[in-house]
Design a protein around this ligand. Structure first.
Ligand code: NAD
Length: 496
């Protein structure tokens, strides 16, 4: 066992009871209320953070509103926005180990993995978005204006920052999800109020320190910590917010979408998933089994596009399932600070209980637990689990579990695989494991999901739009698609 040593800066950050950033000030909640954060690996309290009130949220939105409408920020040129974002990315690189340790302590994930995945992906993404800051273009159009045949016109279309962005994110990739929103917002010239998940605000608060250090004007980035029910709801209802961007469950996303429609606030929603991994008979079975295991067990299965449904062509079903069970049985569970560990705890006792309920439901309905199916503590651990002998309509197959639980079903042919893969309310990602180019190309257009991976799963790139079909959301993050979601078009017609 090799336990990573905490940096003095990590311990100091946690011991000083981090506060929220509103405008230029680091503040407690207006009523002094706090909420405890727990280390998921031990269940012990880490520290407390402010539990924001509705007033706190209103002040944060006002600060963002003023920064957007009145401050020097609204006059920054693209090059300055590019340089600031690049500077922020450099500061994150400097503090990458600290950010990864905070993510580990607060979320439970491996610190080593967080440093090369969560933190590095966030840095790369901000640098990618820094590049867009200088490439946001409008266009000019030659117009006819039929009702004024004798007039000449000059016409052009501007792409303008949408304004104040209210960003609400989930706990599974706290820093990365925050940066997926911060990047396009700051590249386009918006201002932001971020509400991290109740359980995992630490890296968002550290990020706010780095935004200040990078030299962003006060109010451009504000972070409020608190509950979804109070702080999240207050942000969603605030009339000064121009755009809401949400990552979380489909249930909450639907509510936010309805509220946004009511006030015509712009909205993008990144929601749940139940993504299929399809293994065709001709696939390289060794890499397919390893890939399918990683697709579901990475980040303890708490990944929106996790490959949580496995479909294997019948003649290889038993072998692929046995191989995945072998990988699962060999996984070492423990604290994310232990570099020899393969899987950490779930985020909370509540999530552990939720995942456990699904496993019990499987047992009670006669499904076979091929491996795992155990929980233990202290900390919120569930062993990587594979369940077979389940029907396509079973809740285990239809509902998002959001934990290290894989359900596996055999299929007979391509049509059968496509039918079951698409038989889901969700449509975030899907992977096909095959070397038959013709079959792969036949299947890609017929899969109803925002991403399709071939011979890999959950591979992301800042240039590739990410988001969902169906109940997995509205809009896309990353790529130029994100820039479109953080801007409005303005048509200008000048009579000459
Ligand atoms: P959640 O919906 O419970 O919470 C997400 C965020 O919304 C949190 O910050 C929470 O405080 C806030 N919130 C809760 N109730 C609210 C309300 N009434 N008004 C405003 N805000 C509110 O989700 P979760 O359990 O934190 O996250 C897990 C879910 O997130 C899973 O469904 C997962 O698939 C999804 N997710 C999706 C993506 C994606 O990109 N599609 C990425 C990560 C996670």
């Amino acid at each position: 066992m090799a336990i990573a040593t905490l940096l003095p800066a990590t311990t100091a950050f946690i011991q000083r009871a981090p506060r929220m950033l509103i405008g230029a000030e680091w503040v407690e909640a207006a009523d002094g209320q706090t909420m405890p954060l727990r280390n998921p690996a031990t269940g012990e309290q880490l520290c407390v953070v402010p539990r924001a009130t509705v007033d706190d949220v209103d002040r944060a939105v006002l600060a963002a509103r003023q920064a957007f409408d009145d401050s020097s920020w609204s006059r920054t040129r693209p090059r300055e926005r590019q340089n600031l974002l690049w500077k922020l990315a450099d500061l994150m690189q400097r503090d990458a180990e600290l950010l990864a340790q905070l993510e580990c302590l607060n979320n439970g994930k491996s610190a080593a993995v967080a440093q090369v995945m969560d933190v590095q992906l966030a840095i790369d993404f901000l640098r990618y978005m820094a590049g867009w800051a200088t490439k946001i273009e409008g266009s000019s159009v030659e117009v006819s204006v039929p009702l004024m045949p004798d007039q000449q016109f000059h016409s052009f279309i501007r792409r303008e920052a949408v304004g104040v962005v209210g960003a609400i994110v989930a706990w599974n990739f706290p820093l990365l999800l925050a940066c997926w929103k911060l990047g396009p917002a700051l590249a386009t010239g918006c201002t932001v109020v971020l509400k991290p998940a109740d359980e995992t605000p630490l890296t968002a608060l550290k990020l706010a320190e780095l935004v200040q250090e990078a030299g962003y004007p006060d109010g451009v980035f504000n972070v409020i910590t608190g509950t979804g029910i109070t702080a999240g709801a207050a942000l969603t209802h605030n009339p000064r917010v121009d755009k809401l961007t949400f990552t979380g469950s489909t249930a909450v996303g639907k509510e936010i979408g309805k509220i946004a429609m009511d006030s015509m606030t712009r909205v993008t929603l990144e929601l749940g998933g139940k993504s299929p991994t399809i293994v065709m008979a001709d696939a390289d079975l060794g890499s397919a089994a390893a890939g399918a295991a990683s697709a579901i067990f990475f980040n303890q299965g708490q990944v929106c596009c996790a490959g949580s449904r496995l479909y294997v062509q019948r003649k290889h079903f038993d072998k692929v399932v046995a191989d995945i069970a072998g990988i699962a049985n060999a996984m070492k569970l423990g604290s994310g600070l232990d570099t020899s560990v393969d899987m950490g705890p779930l985020i909370s006792a509540r999530q552990q209980e939720r995942v456990w309920r699904y496993i019990e439901m499987g047992r009670e309905s006669g499904a076979t637990i091929a491996c795992g199916g155990e929980q233990f503590g202290p900390g919120y651990f569930v062993k990587p689990t594979v369940i077979v002998d389940v029907d396509q309509q079973h809740s285990l197959v239809q509902e998002e579990i959001f934990g290290p639980v894989l359900v596996a079903i055999p299929f007979d042919d391509e049509a059968d695989a496509l039918r079951m893969a698409n038989d889901s309310p969700y449509g975030l990602g899907a992977s096909i494991w095959s070397n038959d180019l013709a079959a792969v190309h036949r299947m890609i257009p017929r899969i109803k999901s925002g991403s399709v991976w071939v011979n890999c799963h959950s591979a992301l790139d800042p240039a590739l739009p990410f988001g969902g079909y169906k109940m997995s959301g509205v809009g896309r993050e990353m790529g130029y698609a994100a820039i479109e979601h953080y801007t409005e078009l303005k048509s200008v017609l000048i009579k000459l």
